[in-house]
Each structure stands twice: as C-alpha cells, then as structure tokens.
Design a protein around this ligand. Sequence first.
Ligand code: AGP
Length: 609
Amino acid sequence: MCGIVGYLGKKKAVPILIDNLKRLEYRGYDSAGVAVIKDSTLVVEKSVGKLSKLETIVIPKDYPSTIGIGHTRWATHGKPSDINAHPHMDCKGEIALVHNGIIENYLELKEELIGRGHRFLSETDTEVIVHLVEEFYQGDLLEAVRSAVKRLEGSYAIAVVSSREPERIVVARKDSPLILGIGEGEYFVASDIPAVLNYTRNIWILENGELGEISPSGCKVYDLEGNEKKKETMVVSWDISMAEKGGYPHFMIKEIHEQPNALRETFRGRVGVDGLVRLDFKNITVEELKNLKKLYFVACGTAYHAGLVGKYLIERFVRIPVEADIASEFRYRDPIFEKNSLMIVISQSGETADTLAALRMAKENGVKVVAICNVVGSSIARESDDVLYTYAGPEIAVASTKAYTSQLMVIYLLMLLLAQIKGTLPIDKIKEFVEDLRKIPDIATKVLEDLEPAIIDFSKRYYKAHDVFFIGRGLDYALSLEGALKLKEISYIHAEAYAAGELKHGPLSLLEEGVPVICLATQGYLLDKMISNIKEVKAREAIAIGFGIEGTEDLKDVCDEVFYVPKVNDIYASVITVIPLQLIAYYMAKERGCDIDQPRNLAKSVTVE
Ligand code: AGP
C-alpha cells in the first residue's frame, strides 16, 4: 500500500512531509517523492529508494513553501523507478498528484488521453488521473478532481495541488483509506493515522465517494455531487505503535482482518464484462497455455501450501498433471522437466532463496516460469517470465496470512482461466464459479465477524495443549498443513497435519485422551470418509474439533464442538476456512505470551539457503 501525506499551514512543508512519510515507512515502499509550490511554480522531487535518499535531495534546498504533498510508493503497476515514483504531473507541470490504489480502467483512459495529445512519462496507472484533472480544469481544482474521479474504475485515495491555486489541497477517496488532520491553523492529509499523530490527534476520516479541500480557512468535505458534508472530529488516543497497527495489538491480527480487502484488490480487474477471467500475461501466450501438458507449483512454507491447493484444483478441473513441491526439495531431487510445461513459483516476498533457485533451474531447462508474488520488482518477480501479483499490500508479520489467501485468489483465477482456455469446463460453469469467487471477500468479512469471538473462547481453553493435530482430506489436507504451520510457528505448540486417511497407518498411535484434533470437513464429496476418521479420533478419547460449511449438521453428531463457516462453494473453502485457523494460532499464541509478530528463530523472508 502506498503512503500519502499533505500539509498546509505556516511552517515549511518539506520537513513535515518527510517526517510524516517516515511514520508510514512500516507499510513498506520502494520510492518516495514530494511536491511543493515555490514562487507560484510547482516543484516535484522524487526518487526510487528510501526516504533518506529523498531527504538528501530536498532538505538542503530548504524550500520555503508551506504547502505540499508527499508519497511513498508500493509498486503495483510499473517497476520501482524515479519516473514511476509519485507525485505525477500534468502536461503543463501545473498540477501534481499522489495516489494509493489501483485504477482498473487506466489503459483505456490512457489511450483516450494520448489520443487527445496528452504526454505520459511513467508506466503507472496513477498518471491517468492527473491528466484527467488537467482536462477538466477550468479554474476550480475541486471541480476538476470531482469530474476526473467520476471517470475512474477501481480504488483511489488521492491528494492534488496546483500552482494555479497555491493555497489549496484537494483530496478524494474510494476503497483506499484517507484521513484529514485538523491542527492549530495547520492541516494534514494522510493515508493512515500514524502519519499525523506528532502534530494533531483531531482526525476526519474520509468515506468512500467523498472529496475534501484544505485551505488556510480550514477543511471542507463534499460528496460526489458537490454537497458539503458535516464531519465528526475523531480524537485519537492511540500511541504511534498502536496507530501503525491500525489500533490492533499486533500486525498479524491487523493483517488477518485486512484479508477481505486484500482478496477484493487481488480479484479486482481480473474478470471481464463477459464474466470470464482475464489475466495479464505478457510473455506466455494463450497458445502455450492451451498446449500446456504439465504444471509445477514450487514454493516454501505457507506459499507451498497454497501451491498444494492449486495442484488439487487444477488437476481436478483442468485435467493436466500438476506437481506441488517444496523448493528446497525440488531443486536437489534432479527433477524431470517435461516439454509444454510451466513452473509457477509462489512467494510473498519474492526473495526466498530456494524458490529463486528453483525458478532458475526451470529456466535453465527451457521451462517458462510464472510468479505469484506480492512485491513488485522483487528478484523472483524480475526473473520470472510473467508475474501474477497479489495485491495484499505489505505483509509485516512473519506469519503469512493475507498473502496466503491472496495467493489462493490468484490460483483460483488461474484455474478458471486454464479451464476456459483448454475447454475442460463449460462456459456457464466457469461463469458460475467466477460469480462464486466474486463473493469470497464478503464471505471472508462474515467469517471474521461470526467466528472471532468463539475462537477467542476456544483458544483460552486449549492454549496449554502440548500437541495439536490437524486432519483433512483433499483440499482440507492442504489446508491442515497451513493450519498446523500457523499454530506451531507463533505459539510454539507442537502441531502436526495429517491426511485423515493416513491416521490408521501410524499417527493414530499418538492420539490419547484430551489431545485436540482439528478436523477439517469442508469437502462435501469426502464428508462420509471424514466422519469415519473423526470417529477413529473419538474412539481414542481424543477431542474432535470440527470445521465445516454451515448446514453440515452430521459433524455435530461426531465432534466435541464444531465451527461453521458461511455457505461457500466448497472448491473455495480453503480461503475461508483458513481464517479461523489463523485466529486460533493468533489467540493461542497471545494467551501464551508469545512474540507474535516476530516469533523466535524465524525471519519474514528467508533469503539464505
Ligand atoms: C509462513 O507463515 C512463514 N512465515 C513462511 O513459511 C513463509 O511462507 C515462507 O518462508 C515463504 O516465504 P515467501 O512467500 O516470501 O517466499
């Protein structure tokens, strides 16, 4: 997620903009910039790299300007570079704009604007907005921004300044956060509360579809039709540390709650008006996808677990063989690379050494590689032939949550695209699956609302467990691996995952009275088998905690307790059912007083072998 700041007051703007951007550094970024107005001229200074680099450029110039906007960029469209950094300017250099979000229809807007003579400098989606504002500008910046945002599809939080109106900042938001800070004769714009806490605790939160203007006489907010809106002032009591976590005690729980939006952003723009999937491959042709004979999913840890879900679904619906491998095993087992195959590497950070090594092996063997990655410009993203980005925003907690569910979203979309291209599913079935997928972000919101209180209670009862087992079949087996990893890595409880049908081949000897067994039973076609396995668990006096889709009443007859997730197409059950498992890990670790965001012995990105 990018960071936006703005300032209008009596002090020099640049030091304040830089200071406020530093408060947003925790969100992650790859470039930064500011725009100020000096002698009725717009000055934009921006550079790829850290804020400290921008500081060395702007601080010595000691701009006297008391108005400005600033930005830290988390790249989504266009690699990290000076020219792609924000702020972006119109053709005449009179308007500067910063943006957080994704403009879905930027390509068509860009073609339209170029057709009317606008000159673009960057690869970003953002730049279309400032040229739209330029087109609509007829002496009133607020009116021009209002007209411009009405042409946008997607998400945006923007701040705009113009040398034509040197005492005014205009802002607008839809689906990306934006707040106004009300100081003593000075006013602030920010993506997030931490950025302004050093100056004011009086906040206005902009709602979707609202625009705002800041001038020396204060702040005003309007709706899209131009009607002024009265805003409640919120007085923030958080300290900086709490504010960086959005009021949550840890990044992990904040990121668990960010999943509905991460899923929405990752889905956004990837389904056409025909209701079919469209993924922006640049170097892999439809012909190559049509002739695909084999897929390799290769990744580590949680990302590998996402790949395993991909294996099950693509084999089932696309009918080609799929291997899912742990990268550190794959690269040393002298794998056989087949013709007409494709490797898909999955990595949140895009820097995992073993995954990068597997990618290079595939390319050395003439196999093209697609990355599912969360960091634009990362090593894995740069070395892959194509990248399908997750738009989860920076993931700070070591335990991966929103990245995993966003990876699943990309895998679901890929599965549907391949089924479409290879004709292994009827078009109406694909459209039905797409519509089921579109509902997932809202179902994720509901599962958080419905289950969090019960999981907190559950965790208080079981956090002293020494061993916890996770069992499941099919997609639920892949999910049990992720549930066990989440629990063990942050609570330090010994947690194991097993294919439920595997229990009688050995693990059953470990079950005894009081051992909690998480039984995942979301797959309708495997329910009877799972019920039999749960009975095996109960016969050993262990505790069976069932997870199923609401309506699966049979689970109540065999489990000690059951958690139901909202109705969902069971091919997508993993992305919803993982959420209560993440919550179990979080709240058990919290009860145990663990260092949740930084668990012992672990790093967020394993860049060494
Ligand atoms: C997940 O909770 C872990 N932090 C870890 O397994 C992680 O998924 C793995 O290291 C892969 O990281 P990557 O996605 O950045 O490649």
